[in-house]
Design a binder for this molecule. Structure first.
Ligand code: KIV
Length: 270
């Protein structure tokens, strides 16, 4: 008897790369098996972003995120999903020193999490490393514009390209990562016309976050769009209202416990 079970195939890196100029690429961050399982039904790729340091672990920036934490969350997201390509962020300090160090850490992420690709921040300065990794079997998504791991150098989380005289630097970054073999590039916190211009210039998909609706795809931090964070960047459209919903549930539970109306085992275990 033949099996009725259909094999679900994960989206591959070439499938994402081939979407340049085509159907817009949908992506979100996710850090857990349970949220990733929901996102998996709709997203082409899921990013296990190092934003988890701030969103999940209360850090002030992504600079303090350790490699092991990325691997732990990466494993959870891979376990919770079947369909989307999973991309895991390389945290600060694990790839900048040399292509060799980057390869060792990227290989560790891929082996231990079973993700399909890694993402790293930086344009022209990271091109040599991107080439080194891709030539050795590690697919790389690049990330340019506002690069949060460099926030101390940038003087905060600042929109890039406000001064048109700086556009050529961002354009050069996009060209460099594309020529080095990155299969896609995240454009974060960049003025709209610059992001739209870069999207026309490079042959790999651009994934916008606070950039342009003309990018080849979009990404948002899941907790931001769900309304779970007290503060969200101005560019985030908030689709959900989870923060107040969670608070209402916790409040109802606390009140039931305090006034002894919390259901006993005879009511809860039928
Ligand atoms: O860490 C992250 O979540 C990211 C996205 C904002 C692109 O890099």
């Amino acid at each position: 008897m033949s099996s009725q079970t259909e094999t679900i195939r994960r989206t591959t890196v070439p499938q994402i790369a081939n979407r340049k100029g085509g159907e817009p690429i949908v992506s979100l961050t996710s850090y857990h098996a349970h949220t990733a399982a929901i996102v998996d039904r709709y997203a082409d790729f899921i990013l296990v972003g190092d934003s988890l340091g701030m969103v999940m672990h209360g850090m002030d920036s992504t600079v303090g995120v350790p490699l092991d934490l990325m691997i732990m969350h990466g494993k959870a997201v891979v376990r919770g999903t079947q369909k989307a390509l999973i991309v895991v962020d390389m945290p600060f300090g694990t790839y900048e020193e040399s292509p060799g160090v980057a390869f060792r850490n990227a290989a560790k992420i891929m082996k231990e999490t079973q993700c399909g690709a890694v993402k790293l921040e930086g344009g022209a300065r990271m091109a040599e490393t991107i080439r080194f990794l891709t030539e050795r079997g590690i697919p790389v998504m690049a990330h340019i514009g506002l690069t949060p791991q460099s926030s101390h150098v940038m003087g905060g989380f600042k929109t890039q390209g406000r001064d048109e005289d700086t556009w050529h630097l961002h354009e050069a970054d996009a060209k460099a990562v594309s020529e080095a073999g990155a299969f896609a590039v995240v454009l974060e916190g960049m003025v709209e016309p610059l992001a739209a211009k870069i999207t026309k210039q490079v042959h790999i998909p651009t994934i916008g976050i606070g950039a342009s609706a003309d990018c080849d795809g979009q990404i948002l931090v899941l907790e931001d769009m769900l309304g779970l964070n007290a503060w969200t960047p101005k560019f985030v459209k908030v689709y959900g209202d989870l923060g107040p919903q969670i608070e209402a549930s916790v409040k109802a539970y606390a009140e039931e416990v305090r006034d002894r109306s919390f259901p006993g085992p005879d009511q809860t275990y039928k």
